[in-house]
Design a protein around this ligand. Structure first.
Ligand SMILES: Cc1cc2nc3c(=O)[nH]c(=O)nc-3n(C[C@H](O)[C@H](O)[C@H](O)COP(=O)(O)OP(=O)(O)OC[C@H]3O[C@@H](n4cnc5c(N)ncnc54)[C@H](O)[C@@H]3O)c2cc1C
Length: 428
């Protein structure tokens, strides 16, 4: 919807602020494509700027997927804009050599290269062995450079900025894009610097997981829901681009301290689990919508976790527990071994207080194991999910292949897709 609006706005202004150029229909259409592309590109800064009014209703993962598709659309429009001019109005493109070409045309080509570079580096990040931090810095530089070059191109060419209405549109786009950048990379870090956190405990858990407990040194987190996550910077400047998303594994009802339970799976998480008590940290959040609060009137909940995917489920259970919620909850929790089933004691204790059915599924069970083993599949779901749970919210969190299979199995059992909610631990 937002994408359609961004795309339509330039066309509406161009039509309203007639007359358009005299270059003919293809020329005008190509200009419209270029403007639409620029409006879509500007919108990406809002989508990735972690603006609460955008991320809260949908969840951060959906916003990032939308960002991905709209970015592709913007680049396709840019290429179409260039291709139409190349085929039908080649003389207008002049020479390619940047030393001889008109600066505003070179600016347009720089913008196109930057935006194509953004798509390629994002789609092939893993194959290019680009570390996440480097990719993020490159992404930011290419996006800013591309946007500035595109705006310079539009203003320099001046073809469709010849009326006050059109100039107002591009002034609005430019100011909007700069406002989001300043908010994301300057104002928010400054606020975070004044409202730091301190690591007050680092507790080892089963399965190599460590729980960091953070206490606020300024303002505590406001208005957060169980199951949400935050971007965490530990022992770094609030301006640093190195930050990682982690679920807040406690619930809002349990006080202003926050806990993050972290599994070491790469360089950053390996270092994080060794964080000494007393280290300063910065928390940017809350984000996400993987919460029992999204379905306040549900009759009960089905929650399915694999490995470290238990953290948002734990947070939701803590909230139900703190509220004395009597509704039934069925938790199916897959772990590689019984020894490494993180938080199994905590879950067992919660069984005493909550209306909780807990099913552990152990991939490599001990010899005397009486419970479920192997993978969580359709037959296992059928055994543990009675027919009257199909309309309950199903909250799933775990590795991507597991989530894909579970979504298919649950749909096959008759769970409507609107009742299946999942958290992906990989945003990009
Ligand atoms: C919403 C959400 C909630 C999460 N909650 C938890 C949790 O409660 N506990 C937990 O242990 N893990 C959680 N994760 C996963 C955690 O963020 C990654 O495991 C961690 O960022 C990996 O970083 P690394 O450098 O150690 O590993 P790497 O091997 O460098 O990265 C592994 C993968 O993690 C992703 N990643 C790496 N760096 C970043 C980054 N800066 N921002 C975003 N993604 C990145 C990339 O897709 C990368 O391919 C969550 C992720 C998301 C998106």
């Amino acid at each position: 919807m937002l994408g359609m609006l961004a795309l339509a706005a330039p066309f509406a202004v161009l039509l309203w602020a007639m007359p358009v150029s005299s270059g003919g229909a293809i020329w005008d259409f190509s200009m419209g494509l270029g403007f639409g592309a620029l409006a879509l590109a500007a919108l990406q800064f809002a989508l990735t700027g972690r603006l609460r009014w955008i991320t809260h209703p949908f969840g951060a993962d959906i916003v990032y997927v939308t960002h991905r598709y709209l970015s592709w659309s913007a680049v396709v429009l840019m290429l179409a804009h260039f291709a139409l001019l190349y085929v039908f109005h080649q003389p207008a493109l002049g020479v390619l050599n940047p030393l001889e070409a008109r600066w505003e045309l070179t600016a347009g080509r720089v913008a196109l290269l930057c935006f194509v570079g953004l798509i390629v580096s994002s789609e092939f990040r893993k194959r290019l062995h680009l570390r996440h931090e480097w990719w993020r810095a490159l992404h930011l530089i290419l996006a800013m450079l591309g946007m500035l070059a595109a705006i310079a191109h539009v203003l320099g060419v001046g073809n469709l900025t010849d009326t006050p209405q059109k100039r107002l549109l591009w002034l609005g786009v430019t100011l909007g894009f700069m406002a989001v950048l300043i908010h994301t990379h300057l104002i928010r870090p400054m606020w975070m610097a004044r409202n730091g956190w301190r690591v007050i405990a680092n507790t080892p858990e089963r399965g190599d997981v460590h729980t960091l407990e953070l206490a606020p040194e300024g303002q505590a987190l406001k208005r957060w829901k169980p199951g949400q996550f935050a971007w965490l910077k530990v022992g770094r400047s609030p301006l640093s681009l190195v930050e990682h998303p982690f679920t807040i594994s406690t619930a809002p009802e349990t006080g202003s301290n926050l806990a993050f339970s972290i599994k070491p799976l790469g360089d950053h998480t390996e270092a994080l689990v060794k964080t000494p008590v007393g280290t300063r940290a910065y928390v940017d959040g809350p984000y996400g919508a993987f919460s029992v609060d999204r379905a306040a009137d549900a009759d009960g909940f089905v929650m399915i976790a694999g490995g470290i995917g238990i953290t948002p489920i734990l947070s939701n259970l803590h909230a139900l527990d703190a509220r004395g919620d009597p509704r039934p909850v069925i938790v199916i929790y897959g772990s590689p071994t019984w020894e490494t089933a993180s938080f199994r004691e905590e879950l067992k204790a919660m069984k005493q207080r909550l209306n909780l059915t807990l099913v552990h599924v152990i991939d490599r069970p001990p010899d005397d194991w009486q419970g479920e083993s192997g993978r969580i599949d359709r037959d296992l779901l059928l055994r543990h999910l009675p027919a009257d749970t199909r309309h309950w919210p199903h909250l799933l969190c775990g590795p991507a292949p597991m989530l894909d299979a579970l979504r298919r199995d649950l749909a096959d059992l008759g769970v409507p897709l609107r009742h299946i909610d999942y958290e992906i631990f990989e945003l990009v």
